[in-house]
Design a protein around this ligand. Structure first.
Ligand SMILES: [Zn+2]
Length: 64
């Protein structure tokens, strides 16, 4: 289990920018900015009613 005292809780999204035509990059207020979030991975992780309906009940593996 994560220790909530071991993490900064006030980290915010500082910037979101497109990466090619396949994803987005997010810069966080703690200066982390190296992740690329592919659209297909974001869609696979999305739990909104539309995405759940499209996915059915198939478990998804998320690779970011
Ligand atoms: Zn969705």
């Amino acid at each position: 289990m994560l220790d909530p005292n071991a993490f900064l809780l006030d980290i915010k999204v500082a910037e979101v920018h497109p990466v090619g035509r396949y994803g987005i990059g997010i810069a966080f207020s703690d200066s982390h900015n190296t992740g690329i979030y592919r659209f297909e991975a974001l869609r696979a992780a999305c739990e909104c009613p539309q995405c759940i309906a499209k996915k059915g009940n198939t478990p998804t593996n998320i690779v970011v």
